[in-house]
Design a protein around this ligand. Structure first.
Ligand code: C5P
Length: 232
């Protein structure tokens, strides 16, 4: 795996997703399947997109007691995905249980990454509503260290935190970063955003881009702009 752009396919049906992916003729972008599409279509959508030649990040953000997450991950281990995830807030014990559940009998498993703080969360809301009285960067770094201690492969964070995560957890600990917007574009519900180019400069390993590509009038051109800015 190297630097890449992952498209968040936040659609509500298989038809809408496949018709979007049909826009791509020569390329096979890395695809993120999130809750909306997975809940609408179930595991068959993973198989369908994988069989078209795309890598898949299954973004279900598990967060429950260790035993429940372990069993859920064991089900996900049977799906041919490249990356899956959970919330680091579930604790180190939960993340360890997740790895156990995700690891197949032959010892292989998809990459597992942990959401630190959602890119829609501001430091002010984290302090006032979640009662976490720390800087956002400290919280992201501590959650990343917990994920590393549990044996995970990386974290989901904002590009703004990629440098700090790499410094504290090592350059090969993956930073997968949503919260991407083109220069001057509307942020929507995201708060901690950067452009693809800034994400590259800050050292993100992957950027996750949804609406700037899926809602663009020319989605392939928007994807290629992301690739050019991020990968070069
Ligand atoms: O449309 P947009 O580019 O904002 O989409 C970002 C995608 O990344 C969404 O699918 C969202 O669920 C996901 N995501 C996020 N922040 C996280 C983890 C995942 O925005 N911390």
């Amino acid at each position: 795996m190297g630097k890449d752009v992952i498209i968040a396919c936040d659609f509500d049906s298989k038809e809408a997703t496949l018709s979007f992916l049909d826009n791509f003729k020569s390329e096979k972008p890395f695809v993120k399947i999130g809750m909306e599409l997975f809940y609408a279509e179930g595991p068959s959508i993973v198989h369908e997109i994988k069989s078209r030649g795309h890598k898949i990040f299954l973004d279900l953000k598990l967060h429950d007691i260790p035993n429940t997450v372990k069993k859920a991950m064991s089900v996900l281990s049977g799906m041919d995905v490249d990356i899956c995830n959970l919330h680091a807030a579930g604790t180190i014990d939960m993340m360890r249980a997740a790895i156990e559940g995700l690891t197949r009998l032959d010892g292989t498993r998809p990459l597992l990454i942990a959401v630190t703080q959602l890119t829609s969360t501001s430091e002010q809301r984290m302090r006032e509503e979640l009662l976490i009285n720390e800087s956002l960067e400290n919280v992201v770094m501590r959650y990343a260290q917990n994920a590393k201690e549990a044996g995970l492969d990386g974290v989901v964070c904002s590009p703004l935190e990629s440098g700090a995560v790499h410094s504290s957890c090592g350059g090969d600990f993956l930073t997968v970063t949503p919260g991407i917007r083109f220069s001057g574009a509307d942020k929507g519900d995201q708060v901690r955003v950067t452009t693809p180019e800034t994400a590259r400069q800050l050292g993100s390993d992957y950027i996750v881009v949804g609406r700037p590509i899926t809602a663009a009038s020319a989605p392939v051109a928007a994807y290629e702009r992301c690739v050019n800015e991020f990968v070069g």
